[in-house]
Design a protein. Sequence first.
Length: 98
Amino acid sequence: MPGERNNTIRQAIIACLREGPKSMRGISQAVSVMERDVPGHLESIEKTLKSQGERLHVEPFRCRSCGYVFKNRKKFTRPGKCPECRHSHIENALFHVE
């Protein structure tokens, strides 16, 4: 499948994120990659964008039960449980390029 693309997977993800905010699932569906592979790509994309004077903006994960916002989270993977209420009802983060 990568041979059929004009761009690399990461270039396709960057183009997708320039269109507007997307969740990891939205990114995986837009560029036809496994959702579990997206966080690894986002880590590299963040470094690439920084070197180009751009920024990967993250609207953080949020607990649906108590409203806790994971604003200081450095990882792009979805948290398992909320540190406040211990529930696992976590709303997805959204990513886009600024």
